[in-house]
Ligand binder design. Structure first.
Ligand SMILES: C[S@@+](CC[C@H](N)C(=O)[O-])C[C@H]1O[C@@H](n2cnc3c(N)ncnc32)[C@H](O)[C@@H]1O
Length: 219
């Protein structure tokens, strides 16, 4: 058996989590219980939970004061989801600086097939993210995610745009596909109800939290 996949898994995972600095991950409004659960474990000094935000060096970020990219731990998680699920098409809504798009693309690269389409409405973010994702099978567009024609075709969707748009995006995910709702512990927005006839969901806690949802395929 060729060891090429093993080589790609090592290289791809390293690329998925390639950041230069770590910042603590802020706790969202509905997840302060998480801080209490981890009062006894090693973590950043004066910070209440053991999650991290990865930050890139290089050019200044378009919005350096607002580190809203996915947690480093979630980059690792989504990379392995791509490697495990082997999607042909992955869609991300809300690219920001491109860290999650790169992690998803690194997963497709590891598999040897598949591609990522991601969109953001901020031109500066799109330009920056294109550089972050260079060399991976990732296409980044500047448009509202609801206009992505690939969204209804994707096998795996990472939902992470504006809260208003996220609530609509899930309806476009096709039967049989998997989608991940980021920030499900955030204050100020309500994760849409699950239609028990159509999908099933696991809600996973964290300072930001995420929900893993499978749309049923009745065919
Ligand atoms: C939380 S950040 C995304 C972080 C990124 N997914 C990651 O994990 O690295 C949300 C992004 O969504 C973008 N956004 C807001 N409304 C949008 C929309 N309707 N369609 C696509 N992107 C949108 C914002 O400009 C912002 O960069």
């Amino acid at each position: 058996v060729s060891l090429e996949f093993l080589r790609r898994l090592r290289v791809g995972f390293a690329a998925a989590i390639a950041v230069d600095q770590l910042e603590p991950c802020p706790t969202f409004g509905n997840s302060h219980f998480v801080n209490l659960q981890y009062s006894d474990v090693p973590k950043t000094e004066h910070h209440p939970n053991p999650w991290h935000i990865g930050v890139l060096n290089g050019e200044p970020y378009p919005m350096p004061q607002e580190l809203i990219q996915g947690e480093l731990e979630l980059l690792a998680h989504m990379f392995t989801m791509v490697v495990q699920l082997k999607p042909r098409l992955v869609v991300e809504t809300g690219t920001n600086v491109g860290l999650m798009a790169r992690a998803l693309g690194a997963g497709c690269w590891t598999n040897g097939f598949g591609r990522v389409v991601s969109s953001d409405v901020d031109e500066a973010m799109v330009a920056y993210a294109k550089k972050v994702c260079a060399g991976f099978p990732v296409e980044i567009r500047c448009c509202p995610s609801l206009e992505l024609r690939e969204l209804p075709m994707a096998d795996l969707v990472f939902i992470d745009s504006s809260y208003a748009s996220r609530a609509q995006e899930k309806f476009l995910v096709k039967p049989g596909a998997v989608y991940v709702y980021h920030d499900s512990c955030a204050e100020g927005w309500i994760v849409p109800e699950v239609d028990a006839e159509e999908e099933y969901r696991v809600h996973l806690d964290g300072p930001r939290g995420f929900s893993l949802v499978r749309k049923m395929n009745r065919r």
